[in-house]
Design a protein around this ligand. Structure first.
Ligand SMILES: [Fe+2]
Length: 240
């Protein structure tokens, strides 16, 4: 197979994936397994002798406050660690945290987080009339999987408040969290000091405020915040 043909096959494969799911993806017949590396190269195991990660929660021990889904969730967004497109306008924000089980008091690994938000002007991708996304594009929306310590992290930009329902919704980032055995959690984080918090009927009932710290780096600065989540068992929430 020539390089050109290879590219054609790859492109067709990707188009097929978008149209019909992963069933149309096939590994090339000549492909061989990548050799495993026998040496751990000083990889550090962070679990103690009982298999418990040596970390502590930032969250208080009660299930995370739920919030409304809102009209802008789109299922099936891509798995990636960056919410916004490269060099998107707005203040760079990194959000990190851990997912915890309320029952076990331990991290929840391999959970799926949907994260979606408005842009720096308070617009969701489908509400920007000048630049509507194509059906398979996902702007400012991702999915993530928690690692073996329940940790997740993503880079984005700080979203803006937006008008909705006759009022102004304070800036927020939406989450949907799903893990086997736990109730599905739909919630939002808000920003401490946002002037629209008190008049928003959902935000004023929420305790989920982040207060990003500024971090300086050689070519600029960004904001860093921690947002831990505690999941209740499905039978405790009535949701799954
Ligand atoms: Fe929203």
């Amino acid at each position: 197979m020539t390089d050109l043909n290879r590219r054609d096959v790859l492109c067709q494969g990707l188009a097929g994936l978008a149209a019909a799911g992963s069933g149309s993806l096939l590994l090339a017949e000549e492909a061989a397994p990548t050799n495993a590396t026998p040496d751990l190269h000083n990889y550090q195991d962070f679990l103690d002798k009982k298999g418990i990660p040596q970390i502590a929660p930032a969250a208080v021990w009660k299930p995370t406050h739920p919030d409304i889904l809102g009209p802008f969730h789109v299922p099936g967004s891509p798995f990636r660690g960056k919410v916004t497109a490269p060099l998107a306008e707005g203040a760079t924000l990194v959000v990190r945290g851990r997912l915890w089980g309320f029952d076990t008091k331990k991290p929840v690994r391999n959970a799926v987080l949907d994260v979606w938000q408005a842009d720096h002007k308070g617009r969701y991708d489908m509400t920007n009339p000048r630049q509507p996304p194509k059906w398979h594009e996902f702007q400012n929306r991702i999915r993530l999987v928690t690692d073996e310590t329940g940790y997740y992290e993503y880079e984005t930009i700080r979203p803006a408040a937006y008008r909705a329902g006759g009022g102004v919704r304070p800036a927020h980032i939406h989450y949907m969290v799903q893990a086997p055995g736990y109730g599905r959690l739909i919630t939002q984080l808000y920003f401490k000091g946002d002037p629209y918090l008190a008049r928003d009927r959902w935000a004023r009932e929420s305790n989920l405020l982040i207060a990003p710290r500024e971090k300086k780096v050689p070519k600029g600065k960004y904001q860093l915040a921690t947002f831990d989540i505690v999941l209740a068992r499905a039978e405790q929430t009535g949701r799954n």
